[in-house]
Design a protein around this ligand. Structure first.
Ligand code: OOG
Ligand code: NI
Length: 460
């Protein structure tokens, strides 16, 4: 018997993210409007910047420039988390990073399921920021037990979806038809349900404990709560949202606008109030929104420490108010404070703040196999090598908390004792998460070793 031909996980991910985008645009019309603003602004930026256009074209990114980069869900149990890991693995999405959000007043911890490696990211970069509710942080014991019971009784995956996950694991992949069926079944887990799983009274008790607890526990499934396209000018989109009848959150999260972008900048519109039926009683729930992101260079632990230090210093001087009343002051404090973070690639590299990918220049390619010098810095200075920033593909806990917070209502900031528990999270997940710093370091090291090997031996 001949081996069946399996659909590449990257292709399954592309089908999945396209299906998710379509579902979400239909369910949340404001998201469709945001997508349109993003597409218009991206087109404008590209019209005014032919170098950027040529770069994107050369790296085959131009046609997908305005497509979704990530989405987010919130799960209730360890079992749900373990199954989502298996589901995402079929699409080539693996857990990277551990994020403790308790520090920022949100009772969850999280990872990002994402493609790993340049080729997979380029094919389709779609990631899902996935949070697990920390029921252990509900103080009211009776409410905690009730919430656990409600969660244990639900099944967020369709029977056919579970079957296809098992089949993929056994066979080592899915055929084309199976992949289509899998995408359709998997999508069901992320769908919105206008009927709650709980009555109005329990919803209120959960909601009073924390709005996020109500969001996770009250529904049949972990509805996708936002999708996020990439924008080439995040400040411009933030500014344009109100003109299109969309209310943006108070400030753009992350570093300020810079010549050499670092890490991740993101903003969103505020979550919409939607009609929900609680056991036949009409009510509403606020969970779903749209977000945009702009990515820059991945930072080393040293660079990240400097980033964290400057962000903390900024927030000590000016904490952004949820109503936007001090937004301008916050943004100018942020820019002023970040003047201590070098905004020049050479300085960033010599200070060891960012990760870089090494490649051969034309001069380097012509000299393959002919050199004896093995010091990368000398080869760079002599024009045989070049370096380019490696893009940050992960998330930032303070920014994520800002996104969560702005979508939980303005009055809901709440304290939890910081209690990171990566070990527990990984036990629930059924696998350790990949450390993002190790990953970027490996990309940098491998690219440098490869170049030097070509220059000195002629082979990679
Ligand atoms: C996740 C918020 C985090 C981001 O972009 O930082 C996130 C959530 O609201 O569930 O998506
Ligand atoms: Ni997000």
């Amino acid at each position: 018997m001949s081996e069946p031909e399996f659909t590449h996980p990257d292709d399954i991910r592309s089908r999945f993210s396209a299906a998710m985008s379509e579902m979400y645009r239909t369910e949340v019309p404001a998201y469709g409007t945001l997508m349109q603003i993003v597409a218009d602004v991206n087109a404008d930026v590209l019209d005014g910047n032919t170098t950027l256009r040529a770069d994107l074209e050369e790296t085959d990114q131009l046609s997908r420039i305005s497509e979704e980069r990530h989405g987010a869900i919130r799960l209730g149990t360890a079992e749900e988390l373990e199954t989502i890991r298996r589901l995402f693995a079929i699409m080539g999405m693996h857990p990277v990073g551990y994020y403790d959000l308790t520090e920022a007043g949100v009772p969850v911890h999280s990872t990002a399921f994402r493609p790993v490696g340049e080729a997979a990211l380029r094919h389709n970069p779609f990631r899902v920021f996935t949070s697990l509710l920390r029921l252990d942080l509900i103080a009211d014991e009776a409410l905690r037990d009730t919430a656990r019971m409600v969660l244990d009784a639900r099944q967020i995956y369709t029977p056919r979806c579970l079957e296809l996950i098992e089949r993929a694991e056994k066979q080592g992949g899915l055929t084309d038809a199976e992949a289509d069926a899998f995408v359709a079944e998997a999508l069901e887990t992320f769908r919105w349900h206008p009927e709650a799983n709980v009555n109005a009274d329990l919803y209120k008790r959960l909601h009073d404990a924390h709005r996020l607890i109500a969001d996770v526990v009250s529904f049949r499934g972990p509805h996708i709560n936002h999708l996020t396209p990439r924008t080439l000018d995040i400040d411009r989109v933030q500014q344009l949202m109100p003109d299109h009848g969309i209310a943006p959150k108070a400030v753009v999260e992350g570093p300020p606008r810079r010549d050499c972008p670092i890490l991740l900048r993101q903003t969103s519109f505020k979550a919409l109030s939607e009609a929900v039926s609680f056991d036949g009683v009409e009510g509403s729930h606020t969970a779903r929104f749209g977000e945009i992101e702009a990515r820059g260079q991945a930072l080393t632990p040293k660079g990240r420490a400097l980033y964290d230090q400057l962000l903390t210093a900024t927030r000590a001087k000016c904490l952004p108010a949820a109503d936007g009343s001090n937004a301008a002051e916050y943004m100018s404090t942020l820019s002023a404070t970040f003047s201590d973070f070098p905004d020049d690639l050479t300085e960033i590299r010599t200070a060891g703040l960012g990760y870089f990918e090494w490649s051969l220049t034309d001069k380097g390619a012509a000299a393959a196999g002919q050199l004896t010098e093995t010091d990368a810095d000398s080869l760079l200075a002599a024009g045989y090598l070049r370096i380019d920033p490696i893009i940050y593909e992960d998330f930032l806990p303070v920014s994520a908390a800002g996104i969560f917070q702005s979508n939980l209502g303005d009055e809901s900031a709440q304290e939890f004792a910081a209690s990171p528990n990566q070990q527990h999270f990984e036990a629930d997940l059924g696998q350790p998460v990949l450390n993002e710093f190790d990953h970027y370091q490996r990309i940098e090291d491998q690219s440098r070793i490869r170049c030097i090997s070509i220059l000195t031996t002629g082979a990679a």
